[in-house]
Design a protein around this ligand. Structure first.
Ligand SMILES: C[S@@+](CC[C@H](N)C(=O)[O-])C[C@H]1O[C@@H](n2cnc3c(N)ncnc32)[C@H](O)[C@@H]1O
Length: 326
């Protein structure tokens, strides 16, 4: 069995620790899984791939999409760029050798496509001119140097904000070990760089599970992108119309509870990673357009009680009528 993949970078609002609690309420047997606000892909990476299910990672941040495309398809070149190569430890080298031997360099496919465009037996000059920018654009997304610089910026900044500088030692072998499982897991994942609302609309279907983790309400200043309350309202309007199951994470805020009145709402408190004082808690919401209770019941058995020391999921709101029935 392959290892469970983990994010290769820390991320503001990253859900690595919460992933098991979030995925427990995901309905099984979906044909598509969409994460429109992908971030470090912590939730997606924590889910094993499933034959017959298409997984889609999306984030509006082009640096992130570029990074994930590089981890997926140019992982060795990225590792070289990060100065992880050459490797001086035999053990790490063996690990790397095994990794390199199983890679498929799909970037070549795009370069080949570009060459085929010049073959007059295949395309007219007009057709080639129309197609070339599409392939060029894809090619630009595989910018290894840019991805490496971004990894170092995120890893070197305080709380992964990319804007502040924190002096940190980097444990290279440990870091290297994150790449193999992440790269393998991403082989089955489509990587997109669109506005979340656009991709949610484009790919709607009854067999699609959507998990949304938008920037938290009132905390947008910590992101590069400012998203106004209007955006959250538009997002909710689009999500409530989805035909497939939808789960949404947010910070526990009155505005959000009111906005998602037509969803089931689970609330819980977790450690606040941004807090200076230890033991500080942060209120989270996990909301669904379907009844999540059958899945929570499973979890109760699994952990012999849903209550752990700090994480207790409580159903705090039931809508008048479920938006969808599974
Ligand atoms: C809370 S983070 C997601 C964290 C992620 N679940 C993880 O575990 O790392 C929100 C993400 O949404 C992205 N984002 C912000 N506005 C967006 C938009 N309009 N469309 C798509 N992604 C957006 C940000 O770049 C950020 O990575």
């Amino acid at each position: 069995m392959s290892e469970i993949a983990r994010p290769v970078i820390p991320w503001v609002g990253g859900k690595e620790k919460l992933a098991p609690y979030i995925t427990q309420i995901f309905p099984p047997n979906m044909k598509q899984y969409l994460e429109p606000f992908g971030g470090s892909a912590a939730v997606l990476l924590s889910m094993p791939s499933c034959p017959g299910r298409l997984d889609i990672y999306n984030d509006l941040n082009a640096e992130l999409s570029n990074l994930f495309l590089c981890v997926k398809e140019r992982c060795n070149a990225l590792l070289r760029e990060l100065s992880f190569l050459p490797i001086h430890s035999r053990e790490v080298f063996e690990f790397y050798k095994d990794f390199a031997a199983h890679r498929e360099i799909t970037l070549r496919n795009i370069q080949e496509e570009l060459r085929i465009l010049d073959d007059p037996a295949c395309f007219t000059p007009e057709q080639a001119a129309e197609l070339r920018p599409i392939f060029q654009e894809r090619l630009e997304l595989y910018d290894v140097q840019r991805a490496a610089a971004y990894v170092m910026r995120v890893r070197g900044s305080f709380n992964a904000t990319t804007t502040s500088f924190a002096v940190k030692g980097l444990n290279l072998p440990r870091f290297l070990y994150l790449f193999k499982p992440a790269s393998e897991r991403l082989q089955d994942v489509a990587i997109e760089n669109k506005d979340a609302i656009q991709i949610i609309r484009e790919r709607d279907g009854v067999n699609r599970l959507t998990y949304c983790d938008p920037p938290y309400f009132g905390a947008e200043r910590s992101y590069d992108l400012e998203i106004a309350a209007q955006y959250h309202t538009r997002l909710h309007r689009v999500l409530r119309k989805c035909r497939g199951p939808v789960a949404v994470s947010y910070n526990d805020h009155r505005f959000i509870r009111r906005l998602y009145d037509d969803f089931h709402i689970l609330a819980f408190a977790r450690d606040n990673p941004m807090a200076k004082r230890s033991g500080a808690l942060y209120g989270e919401l996990l909301m669904t357009n379907y009844d999540p209770t059958p899945f929570l019941a499973d979890q109760l058995t699994l952990f012999g009680g849903q209550e752990t020391e700090k994480l207790r999921l409580e159903l705090v709101h039931i809508p008048k009528k479920s938006l969808i029935t599974l």
